[in-house]
Design a protein around this ligand. Structure first.
Ligand code: IYR
Length: 225
């Protein structure tokens, strides 16, 4: 196929830049702000405006993606009947996972986090977002695979989580496994596969989180100067 780059004109791009001192200060502040994020398992049922969720989804959708295909769909759920249906299906799978499918070692690793198969937050959080990855697109009845789908949706999920934090809300990356039941319950088309379930809302009134420490810089960086 002949590709003429002139058919795809570029446009100028400008953005604010900062002095080295300001960069250090801004990046430090952002790190400290992000370091206040915690995964929360207990939510308040206090409503959150839909417009907030739409802004968060649009932020996530600014993520870079393979060939700019943006291979994601964010299912935005507030319907109580659907939430409770999803909860019972998730719990069915999770109960089996916690009671046999997960290894002893895995359960031991999870013990400090206080997780179990009960997923009450699916009923309680005002919004449940199910992120779908779009494996392919259909054009003129033909399937065209998307590119680097796992990488693309992973990046979008990170940006989603950051946007939730920026709004002053909390979320949790819930991964019921297997999660095919979600595609069915949400009547998604064949090209979409469930990727993550994220409840979003305010934390419950007296919420607690595990006393975790994050790795130090020297434990996560390898320098080549
Ligand atoms: N998917 C299950 C179990 C689970 C697994 C890991 I690894 C976690 O970090 C947390 C939970 C669940 O969502 O409960």
């Amino acid at each position: 196929m002949d590709i003429n780059q002139d058919d795809y004109p570029f446009i100028p791009y400008e953005r604010d830049t900062y002095s080295p001192e300001d960069m250090i200060e801004r990046s430090r502040r952002f790190y400290e702000y992000m370091d206040t994020r915690r995964s929360v398992r207990h939510f308040s049922d206090k409503p959150v405006p839909k417009a907030v969720m739409e802004n968060i989804i649009m932020t996530a959708s600014t993520a870079p993606s393979g060939a700019h295909k943006q291979p994601w769909t964010f299912c935005l759920i507030s319907n109580a009947t659907l939430k409770s249906q999803i909860r019972s299906l998730a719990e069915e799978e999770e109960k089996r996972s916690y009671n046999g499918r997960m290894s002893e070692r895995w359960l031991k690793d999870l013990a400090p986090l206080g997780t179990d198969w009960v997923k009450e937050f699916i009923d309680i959080a005002p919004w449940i977002v199910v992120m779908m990855k779009r494996a392919y697109e259909v054009e003129d009845g033909k399937k065209y695979n998307n590119y680097y789908v796992a990488e693309s949706v992973g990046i979008a999920a990170g940006m989603f989580i950051s946007a939730v934090h920026n709004a002053g809300l909390v979320t949790l990356t819930h991964t019921p496994s297997p999660m095919n039941f979600l595609a069915k319950a949400l009547k998604r088309p064949d090209n979409e596969r469930p990727y993550l379930l994220l409840p979003v809302g305010y934390p419950a009134d007296t919420v607690t989180v595990p006393d975790l420490e994050r790795k130090a810089l020297e434990d996560v960086v390898a320098y080549y100067e």
